[in-house]
Each structure stands twice: as C-alpha cells, then as structure tokens.
Write a new protein. Structure first.
Length: 325
C-alpha cells in the first residue's frame, strides 16, 4: 500500500500540531491550503508540504490527494467537510464538527454517503491515562457520579495560542465547551444526560461574542456534569475532575498531571495526547473502520450544545455572531 497523500487546511496551532504528528507516519505531506499565500508558503516550507493552495476546491480537484485534515476556523468546518467528503477524500475535522446540530447532521449525512473514513478531532477521548477508567465504566465495574470541567483564558484580543493575530473569533460554547461536553457524553454513554441547565453570557461589545458560559447536566441515574469558563480570565485554567464511586481523578491539562487518592503523577502533554487522534485516524483508514471519534458519535454532545444555544437565542434573539454565521 503506497503512502497516503495528505492535504492540510489551515496553518494555525492545530495545523502545526497535526503536521508534527503526521511527520511520525509513512505519509506524504502533499498540499497545504491557507488563506494567505505568504503565510501558507512559510508553513509549508517548515513542515515539507510539496504544494500550497489558497483555494480548497483546487486542492480537492487533485486526484492524488487521499486525506484532508481540516484545521481551519470553526465556522468553516461544516461546509469544508461536506466539500471534502463529496470530493471523495478521507476527512479529519478539527473540533467542532459544525456550529449547530443541524450542521453536524449535514456533515454526518455527507460522511455516511461518501463511504470514506471521516471523524472529528476530540482529543479528550484519547487520553491514555483514562483508558482503564473507560474500560471499567463500560464493564459496570466503576460508576461516574460527577464530571466537572473548567476553561478560563483571556480572549479580549483576538490572538491565538501561537501568538498569531487571527482573522476569526473563537466561540466559548461551540469550541471550548464542546471538548468537555463530548467527554461527558462519551464517558456517560451508559447513563445519558437527560436534563440541561445553562447560562451563556450576553454579547461583549468589543469581541462581539459571549464571553462566559456555564452548563449543568443531569443523567438518568442522577450523576451530574458541570462545565464553566470565561474569556475574561487574567490567567489560564484548564482542568477536569471525574468523581466515581471508587476514586477521584483530577486532570490538570496545563500542568500535565493527574491527581488521585494515591497521589499525583505526570501525564502526557496536550500536544502528545492530541497526536493520538492522528494515529487513530490513519489506522482507521488502513483498517477500513471509523475512528474513535466518528461523526455519528459526536451528535449527543452537539444536541446538548444546541439546547444551550436555543436558550440563548430565546433570551437574546437568534442572530449571526462572529465565529458562528
């Protein structure tokens, strides 16, 4: 089997991380698609992409390309994913799959019709340090009682994690909370979330987007989920807590540590963990299966996020927002 030819869309932090992960595999970094030719050229040269394009359709028309990895801004994921799948390309979509439940369902429909391997980058599902817990929960040997997540970052100025001033605005609900909500839905698949309460803040006059969010969920068996965060924080907080009937697990993502009753141990960095998404996706293509985070499997989280968005729309009026057209 010849090496797969990869097309990367986007040259931000996730384009960076995914490209580094891809270089560990027997693949060809074929084409880099970016909005600005100069920035795309610099990125392509750094990682060894053979070609650059500023037009996605031009890249998709190239029959040599086997796989597209979408690391573009969140609001473009839906339409770009559908174009990639309709063009017959295996497609890995950066989180979130779309900015609405209806959009996610459209991507899933296109993916199922394509016959190609497609999936979404949800790295929290891939934590090596959580694999034994997932197995015990699935086997009914350990039961989750509470999941909590915190995400706090300063986003009053539109500069991403790489220091690059971005052309797009992030979305605290559909992007950052999607990580936590999906993990909760994934871990609680045997005890689904049935009730949701939420607060999504008003539009900020400078950024044009809500800056605070709280999501509370209750499962059929009385377990609870709590996610809260803000784009106003003066320093970063990024962690998650899982309480079961056997143990308490505190994952400090920024500190690369896991604390349990037995003490604190080091865990893989966020980038190293994220590389597992690429590992699984390429293996899924090779094995003719769908990846761990398949399109249909993210729909429960998207339904929950849509419930929160519907509540905001009812309060403030449905409207286009930066990052969510």
């Amino acid at each position: 089997m010849r090496p797969l030819n990869i097309c990367m869309v986007g040259y931000g932090m996730m384009g960076d991380w995914h490209s580094a992960a891809l270089k560990r595999h027997d693949v060809v970094l074929h084409t880099l698609v970016g909005r600005r030719a100069d920035a795309a050229g610099e990125f392509a040269g750094r990682y060894g992409y053979a070609r650059i394009e500023t037009d996605l359709d031009a890249a998709l028309a190239n029959p040599a390309i086997d796989v597209v990895v979408l690391g573009s801004p969140s609001e473009h994921h839906e339409e770009q994913a559908i174009r990639c799948l309709n063009a017959g390309k295996h497609t890995l979509i950066e989180i979130p799959i779309a900015m609405s439940l209806a959009g996610a369902e459209r991507v899933v429909a296109a993916g199922e019709a394509s016959g190609k391997t497609y999936g979404v980058c949800h790295p929290m599902r891939h934590r090596r340090e959580r694999e034994s817990l997932v197995a015990r929960v699935r086997a009914g040997e350990e039961h989750i009682r509470h999941i909590a997540g915190r995400f706090f970052i300063k986003r009053l100025v539109n500069i991403g994690a790489t220091g690059y001033r971005r052309s797009w605005i992030d979305n605290i609900l559909w992007h950052h909370f999607c990580h936590f909500v999906d993990l909760a839905a994934f871990l609680l698949s045997n005890d689904p979330i049935v009730r949701v309460h939420s607060h999504l803040g008003p539009v900020h006059p400078a950024t044009g987007t809500p800056m605070e969010c709280v999501v509370l969920g209750e499962t059929a068996n009385g377990a609870s989920v709590a996610v809260h965060g803000s784009y106003h924080a003066t320093f970063r907080l990024y962690d998650k807590l899982i309480v079961t009937d056997r143990e308490t697990y505190l994952f400090d993502i920024l500190g690369n540590s896991l604390r349990t009753e037995a003490g604190t141990v080091a865990i893989e960095s966020e980038q190293t963990n994220c590389a597992r998404v690429i590992d699984d996706f390429l293996a899924a293509i090779r094995d003719g299966r769908q990846p761990l985070t398949s399109g249909p499997s993210v729909l429960p989280a998207m339904r929950l996020l849509q419930t929160v968005q519907d509540g905001w729309d009812a309060r403030y009026g449905a409207q286009s927002l930066p990052g969510r057209v």
